[in-house]
Design a protein. Structure first.
Length: 326
């Protein structure tokens, strides 16, 4: 692996945590005191798991899932515990709950929004997925906000803002990401939730770029591999003088758990002027909803048969004209 970096003229510095960026002198320092100079600086510091600011959230047997080490710790506790709470009803939260169920753990999923997969599904399709997953033994508590977590008889008691409570032996938090923007502390680089960038991935400071999970483009932090890869390519090309722009990504999400397949593509919001075409077959569990505006496909939700997903994603990206029979 090291030879690959050397062959490609890349100086790799492992275990080197950044202490600060000196914009005026164009230098970066790590915590060991080593100094690096730059002509162009790219910040691709990624993100960490978001932990809700809830009293008791730092108790023992509460985990996040971001690394292989995190997964190993969860597997170990799942081997001798029977009740788990997964905080977050997004893609990762549902996958975690299903995996725990396969390990013999009874997993409940708690979601603050009033439906599962709030970023990928609308009310109707979310209701279908909730029903299908419920038949597989998963339990969901939607529209619940955690107020506090307390230790109780060796386990954990989760208190919700509506006054209801539930208990678990351990908790897995899957509540989204937090961009690692502390690397720009002490600088004038503009930040919001992430490091603010333009369509060339430039920050507010000349010769400094950001891309991936740490970057915020058009008020959006994608937190997904596909847009991170696209942003990285735009960033690298711009540094090399090749003018191209990032215009956003047609988001696509897949879920395949417990024999249930789901695909969500593009914009799936109910808006004025957006026509919705629905096909469904309750017997087979097939569901398809297209979101169309001005004869252009904006988004789609597929449950059951998802082979069309790649084709539909390309149609959205190309801005193809569609008809009811498409």
């Amino acid at each position: 692996a090291q030879s690959w970096y050397a062959k490609n003229n890349i100086q790799l510095e492992l275990y080197s945590r950044i202490a600060g960026i000196d914009i005026k002198s164009k230098k970066v320092n790590n915590i060991s005191g080593k100094e690096f100079t730059y002509d162009k600086l790219v910040i691709a510091a990624g993100a960490s798991s978001l932990v809700p600011p809830v009293p008791g959230i730092d108790a023992e047997n509460i985990f996040t899932l971001r690394t292989i080490d995190d997964a190993e710790k969860i597997k170990i506790i799942a081997s001798n515990r029977k009740e788990a709470m997964v905080i977050g009803g997004g893609l990762l939260g549902i996958e975690v709950a299903n995996s725990l169920s396969l390990l013999g753990v009874r997993a409940q999923v708690l979601e603050v929004f009033d439906r599962l997969l709030p970023r990928q599904l609308d009310d109707e399709s979310s209701g279908i997925i909730k029903k299908l997953l419920g038949k597989k033994g998963l339990t969901f508590l939607v529209g619940r906000k955690i107020q506090s977590i307390q230790r109780k008889n060796g386990g954990l008691r989760i208190m919700c803002s509506d006054g209801k409570e539930t208990v678990a032996d351990f908790i897995v938090i899957s509540a989204g990401i937090q961009p690692n923007i502390s690397v720009i502390d002490g600088t004038s680089i503009k930040r919001n939730r992430g490091i603010v960038v333009d369509d060339c991935m430039r920050t507010s400071v000349q010769d400094i770029y950001a891309c991936g999970d740490v970057a915020e483009y058009d008020r959006c932090i994608y937190g997904l591999w596909q847009p991170a890869r696209e942003q990285g390519a735009v960033c690298g090309n711009h540094i090399l003088g090749r003018e191209n722009a990032f215009t956003g990504t047609v988001l696509s999400a897949r879920l395949k758990v417990a024999g249930i397949e789901l695909a969500s593509i593009g914009e799936i919001e109910h808006k004025e002027g957006v026509r919705e075409i629905v096909e469904k077959d309750e017997a087979s569990g097939m569901y398809k909803k297209l979101f169309i505006k001005d004869k252009k496909l904006l988004g789609a939700i597929l449950i059951g048969k998802v082979k069309e997903a790649a084709k539909l994603q390309q149609m959205i990206k190309n801005g193809d004209t569609v008809t009811d029979g498409s």
